[in-house]
Design a binder for this molecule. Structure first.
Ligand SMILES: NC(=O)c1ccc[n+]([C@@H]2O[C@H](COP(=O)([O-])OP(=O)(O)OC[C@H]3O[C@@H](n4cnc5c(N)ncnc54)[C@H](O)[C@@H]3O)[C@@H](O)[C@H]2O)c1
Length: 266
């Protein structure tokens, strides 16, 4: 019997593969037989088991630059094959601990911060789809996963950051992250219909917040908002990635798979 969830011998390119979730996705895919190209500004860190594996290829890549992605595609194709899957995972966020200049009131939110986030989160995915997705369409097969966030589906609830304002910061979860993550939803739909005749499926994976030793006051506010009552353990996102990169999702395109503990359900 064939395993529909198999990613054995698949070539997967993941942008932002050196970050918290990128490393998790990379190791989940490699441990199930995939070959993974990590496209990131930074290497994943020598301590990870995958970094010593022949099944991982790090290609220093800036997703905001088309020529950097073209070079990455060349390296991946020379070493293995045209990717079977592309995970657009690189992003700039402003987590609760980031500097005040990134998290002020909307009226004063710096244009440079807006442009930087849009460049990486949305334009980076657009360019990676053009370059790597274009090659996948040429090859006549593939699956693209655009990683979004609950804040791309609904607005952040600024009340859960009240503790920062009580401390004297003017913290608001910024608009650029939400707007860029929301843009991915329709980049997905557009490309799903555009590339369906050429065998490339395109879906969004919308994720809720991952536990990462955040401030207990943030955790209290965040978790009260989640029907399951907690943040995600990063391992809980391995299943959705394997599903979307494998034939288990072969009839799925143009969709948004929401894995958020129920955050968007009420
Ligand atoms: N961690 C969460 O709680 C959470 C929740 C919802 C959605 N997400 C989404 O999951 C994805 C991964 O999040 P994470 O927490 O692992 O983020 P992270 O900050 O740990 O990793 C992001 C990675 O992107 C890379 N990157 C940044 N700019 C780049 C560029 N120009 N070119 C190439 N790489 C670049 C960084 O070097 C970093 O390795 C993101 O799309 C994020 O929006 C995360």
């Amino acid at each position: 019997m064939t395993d529909q969830f198999s990613v054995e011998n698949r070539v997967v390119a993941i942008t932002g593969g050196s970050g918290q979730l990128g490393r998790r996705f990379t190791s989940a895919l490699i441990s199930r037989g995939a070959r993974v190209a990590v496209l990131d500004l930074e290497p994943p860190g020598a301590s990870t088991a995958e970094s010593k594996s022949d099944d991982m290829l790090f290609v220093k890549t800036d997703v905001t630059r088309r020529e950097s992605l073209t070079r990455a595609l060349g390296e991946i194709s020379d070493r293995w094959d045209t990717p079977h899957a592309l995970i657009n995972n690189a992003a700039l966020d402003s987590p609760p601990g980031s500097p005040a200049s990134e998290n002020g009131p909307f009226e004063d939110f710096p244009l440079e911060s807006w442009t930087r986030a849009l460049d990486v989160n949305l334009t980076g995915a657009f360019l990676a789809c053009q370059v790597l997705g274009g090659a996948m369409a040429e090859a006549g097969r593939g699956s693209i996963v655009n990683v979004s966030s609950i804040y791309g589906v609904v607005s952040p609830d600024q009340r859960i950051y009240e503790y920062r304002r009580a401390d004297g910061d003017t913290f608001f979860k910024p608009v650029a992250y939400s707007a860029s993550k929301s843009g991915l939803l329709n980049l997905t739909r557009y490309l799903a219909t555009y590339w369906a005749p050429r065998g490339v499926r395109v879906n969004t994976l919308t994720l809720g917040g991952v536990f990462n030793n955040q401030d207990p006051r943030f955790l209290e506010g965040y978790c009260a908002h989640v029907p399951l009552g907690r943040m995600a353990d990063e391992r809980e996102y391995e299943g959705p990635i394997l599903f979307l990169c494998s034939d288990a999702s072969s009839y799925m395109t143009g969709s948004n798979l929401v894995v958020d503990g129920g955050w968007t359900a009420w």
